[in-house]
Ligand binder design. Structure first.
Ligand code: FAD
Length: 502
């Protein structure tokens, strides 16, 4: 008798090297069983925050939709499909299980607070809510480059300083080979009731289903399929999402431009496409795995060139792993005001100052240009992120978690561990061994944007200034301002916290 399985896509929106998906396909009989690939648009992820912006902003949502559209098309080309539904996974998935008599749900395991809460709620419903029908939940962790079991120490003994972690990991280097995309895909369930549900969200089937669910779930609206529009709205997203685009980017950065050869020298760049790999958005939604990048690096090193730059990309991927394991060790402490620090920090909660930072109106051109770039594109360079984060938390002394939440809303490459871990690090409550490090954002601007091209790109009001004046417009006297035909907005005349930057 044929059985039905569910594959729950989360931050693993790819077919190749998807170990959880491979495990799922291996467990079923591809000739007879059915597989329903499903993605849940969880409304909690799109809610408004008290800070006045949504948890997921428009850029991030659009990037996600790109990824889902691409995944759907890839699955369709294999004779399958992707059901995208609006709803909480712990509510929607049990409904689908009941409808289809599914015997198991497979998916990726995550380990941060909100994601684990969802997993536990789902597990609970599957164990308690579906009797006599039973359905197993199989979740496989697959985000880092280095498997947890291949670390040369236990998570409790994870070094608190990155360099120690890196050196020990490099000595015991073990990375799994990426897996090929499944060649044969099980059929998509085509039961009548399912078809009806797909075409009429408010159908009697979906209402009937609600009566199968527990009291609290019955309040939920049932299953609402989501259609991702075919064409993308005209948002200036720098990078289109999806597994197909991820492989194009890999191809571009390694084999077409050979940008990888000079990564170490260019990685602090600010303008343009190729100063860094731009793999991060693809990594965070799982369009690409870190193992696939590492395998490509190995091929490149064997066939073309192995140098400090190829090493450095791996080095950066280890930072990503490090924050992942730090979260595994310390869990929710990284969401708290004091982070890993034992000393309480009196963070300020000044909304007006925070809003000026968000809008890119602090009056410090290097900070403002970076924030404008983020607001317009959903992306900011690593150099920019370090500076704006340090400025908000160390110079303005605003609660760093507000800044982290703003990044979460905006960044197309938002990832829980990398974002909150980096923010805590910069704010001085994470894993930085250096005491009280503060970025001098004016000095950094002069160093990394010496000709002012980045600032002038994002702040056209400063475009008329010569490079040596563009970083400190508050120093212009009225005569100079007249000479360059400038009427500067007020924040450039009296920027926030300029005293500490002179
Ligand atoms: P590259 O320089 O080409 O690096 C290659 C890959 O290495 C990146 O794609 C990323 O996966 C990894 N990497 C590089 N630097 C870091 C780092 N410091 N920490 C963790 N991984 C790193 N990165 C995210 O992926 N998601 C986030 O939400 C995020 N938030 C950040 C917040 C702050 C305050 C700071 C300072 C950094 C943050 N980063 C985050 C790290 C880093 O800025 C981005 O990974 C990088 O800018 C992405 O561009 P890229 O892919 O071209 O990076």
């Amino acid at each position: 008798m044929s059985r039905c399985f569910l594959y729950w896509f989360r931050n693993d929106l790819r077919l190749a090297d998807n170990r959880a998906l491979t495990a799922c396909i291996a467990a079923l009989d591809a000739a007879h069983d059915f597989l329903l690939p499903v993605y849940c648009m969880d409304p909690r992820q799109f809610a408004m925050l008290d800070l006045g912006f949504p948890k997921t902003g428009v850029h991030r949502r659009q990037f996600l939709e790109d990824c889902l559209r691409d995944l759907q098309q890839r699955l369709q080309s294999k004779g399958s499909d992707l059901l995208i539904v609006e709803g909480k996974p712990e509510v929607v998935l049990p409904i689908l299980v009941t409808m289809l008599n599914a015997v198991a749900i497979y998916g990726s395991k995550q380990m941060t607070r909100e994601e684990v809460t969802v997993e536990q709620a789902l597990e609970n419903t599957l164990q308690n809510g579906l009797a006599p029908h039973s359905c197993d939940l199989h979740l496989t962790a697959q985000m880092p480059l280095i498997e947890k079991d291949h670390l040369p120490f236990s998570i409790e003994n994870l070094p608190d300083v990155f360099t120690q972690f890196r050196k020990r990991v490099e000595k015991n280097w073990q990375v799994l080979q990426p897996q090929q995309e499944p060649t044969r895909f099980p059929a998509f369930p085509q039961s009548l009731s399912f078809q009806a549900l797909m075409s009429t969200p408010e159908s009697s089937e979906s209402q009937a289903l609600e009566s199968h669910t527990s009291e609290s779930q019955a309040l939920e609206p049932g299953i609402k399929p989501v259609e991702i529009p075919d064409s993308r709205p005209a948002l200036p997203l720098t990078y289109p999402g999806g597994e197909s685009e991820a492989h194009k980017r890999l191809q571009h950065y390694f084999w077409e431009t050979h940008g990888i050869q000079t990564y170490k020298e260019t990685r602090n760049g600010l303008l343009g496409d190729d100063y860094s790999s731009k793999f991060s958005p693809y990594l965070v939604l799982g369009c690409l795995s870190a193992r696939q990048i590492d395998a490509e690096l190995c091929t490149y090193e064997a066939r073309v060139l192995k140098n400090e730059s190829t090493y450095w990309l791996r080095f950066e991927l280890l930072w990503r792993d490090y924050f992942y394991f730090v979260f595994m060790k310390y869990g929710n402490r990284l969401f708290q005001a004091n982070g890993l620090s034992k000393t309480p920090v009196p963070w300020k909660k000044d909304q007006a100052v925070f809003q000026a930072w968000c809008r890119g109106e602090t009056g410090i051109p290097f900070v403002d240009a970076n924030m404008k770039a983020l607001n317009a594109t959903g992306f900011m360079s690593n150099r920019g992120r370090q500076n704006v984060a340090s400025f908000l938390s160390k110079t303005l002394k605003i609660d760093w978690r507000w800044g982290a939440a703003y990044f979460e809303s905006l960044l197309i490459d938002y990832e829980v561990c990398s974002n909150w871990g980096n923010w805590a690090y910069i704010a001085g409550v994470g894993n930085d061994p250096r005491e009280n490090r503060v970025f001098n954002v004016v000095g950094q601007g002069k160093r990394y944007d010496s000709n002012g091209a980045f600032i002038q790109h994002w702040l056209p009001e400063l475009a008329g200034l010569p490079a040596h004046l563009v970083h400190t417009p508050w120093k212009l006297n009225p005569l100079e301002a007249g000479l360059f035909n400038l009427s500067l907005p007020a924040h450039y005349k009296s920027p926030l916290a300029v005293q500490s930057l002179q």
